[in-house]
Design a protein around this ligand. Structure first.
Ligand code: SAH
Length: 283
């Protein structure tokens, strides 16, 4: 309503100024017949007036304080997300809930989609990839029993959001992305949001990150057709890996792999839909 009122008032102001200018120009013209550029001058004045009017500066350029208001709005959307999508659906690990509450998800989505960042679903992030639904991120995080002091590997950096959630709780996060542009974007998002305990590598995550292995936990965010043996090898004894398994067009299942000595116990949890785990040779 307020916006409508201001719009009407500003339009009236502009119309008033324009009329006055028009009157003076036509008055001038009456005295000097044949003045041909009258219309051009009038048009230029109208355009100039419009561009420099308070209306334009008020709504086109951001003013100090706008960002603070946006951050407040996002914080309240985030709290709603935590209550309705995370807690109400049974996520009960306090560290996971707190991480979901703290990570500014809107800073991990394309700018044009910020307003939908807290919606209950996945969202495209370009290159045919998606940032997972908030509930799935929380579900996968809770399953690895995240704690301070842990070192975690993620496969599929994408936006960097899942890595940020892990970085809120654990000490060190290593994340690998196969698409160069996404890796760089995700790394930038993480840096801009202040997550300096995350390291990003551009590579085929199938082979893990030997140099920093073994890991307390591994989170894979793309659906593979089998569990990559190098990842199982890079798990600590007692560590766990969460990975969607299945093809892009058939049902995929979220699997929990637990390493106990020489044995690995694999359980199928829920049906899911993830983007495919691609291999370097597919690129
Ligand atoms: N965790 C991301 C989800 C991104 S979608 C987020 O929170 O936004 C899955 C990502 O896995 C995509 O960016 C895709 O490019 C990446 N990916 C697929 N196969 C991969 C592989 N073999 N190695 C590393 N990343 C891979």
């Amino acid at each position: 309503m307020t916006l409508l009122f201001v719009l009407v008032t500003e339009t009236q102001n502009i119309a008033y100024y324009t009329m006055n200018i028009y009157k003076s120009v036509t008055h001038y013209n009456n005295h000097k017949k044949g003045f041909s550029s009258e219309r051009c001058i009038l048009a230029a004045i109208i355009i100039l007036l419009f561009l420099t009017s308070p209306f334009m500066s008020r709504y086109v350029s951001a003013r100090p304080g706008d960002e603070v208001r946006d951050e407040d709005r996002f914080a309240s959307l985030r709290e709603q997300m935590v209550q309705q999508q995370i807690k109400a659906r049974g996520i009960n690990d306090p560290a996971t809930i707190e991480a979901m509450r703290n990570v500014p998800r809107h800073r991990f989505v394309p700018t044009a989609r910020q307003r939908q960042a807290y919606n209950d679903g996945p969202m495209p992030i370009g290159h045919g990839q998606t940032i997972s639904q908030p509930y799935i991120v929380a579900y996968m995080t809770q399953l690895i029993n995240p704690e301070p002091g842990m070192k975690v590997l993620e496969i599929g950096t994408g936006s960097g959001y899942q890595a940020a959630v892990l970085a809120e709780i654990t000490d060190e996060v290593y994340t690998i992305e196969i698409i160069e542009e996404l890796g760089k974007w995700g790394e930038g998002n993480l840096r801009d949001a202040g997550y300096d305990n995350v390291r990003v590598k551009l590579a085929d995550g199938y082979y893990g990150w030997e140099e920093h292995a073994p890991f307390d936990a591994i989170v894979v965010t793309a659906a593979a057709d089998h569990i990559p043996p190098p990842l199982v090898e890079q798990l600590k004894d007692g560590g766990s890996m969460i990975i969607p398994v299945g093809s892009a067009f058939r049902t995929q299942n979220l699997m929990l792999v637990e390493k106990q000595g020489d044995e690995t116990v694999t359980r199928s949890l829920i049906p899911v839909r993830f983007v495919p785990f691609t291999r370097a040779e597919d690129q």
